[in-house]
Write a protein that binds this ligand. Sequence first.
Ligand code: THU
Length: 143
Amino acid sequence: MNLSQEQKKILVAQAIKVRLNAYAPYSNFAVGAAVLADNGEIYDGANVENAAYPTTMCAERAAIFKAVSDGERSMQALAVVTQKAGYPCGACRQVLSEFSQEAIIIVANDSGEILHETTLADLLPHSFGPEDLGKELESDTHG
Ligand code: THU
């Protein structure tokens, strides 16, 4: 899957915009994410923290869950924006792997500069997936 420069810019811009809605009073670390689903729609998410710290939700998973809740089962790309361009955490990589192995991951800073561009397969090789449960799903992206 190839993304045009324009598509990348749009995804990053959306992640920058939604990042403004991050609820991060404990870490003061705002994250914005935007996922491009197979239907061509962009779904975004910000991190949402909680006084009970472990219940916090990452921006990437918020965006992925939004897409899946809208009926999407396959993601083409994910952009994540933090102040200094941080990669998605392990939990978010695992959740994305359920819906795409080949998704392009774009990591940008809050100025919109893309610092890293990779694929989920590179970030999470040998992931645990439905096949490990003996399941073959319609959305099976694990090969
Ligand atoms: N966070 C994300 O939203 N995405 C990540 O990939 C890593 C961490 C959030 C969780 C928490 O609200 C804050 O960043 C600090 O860990």
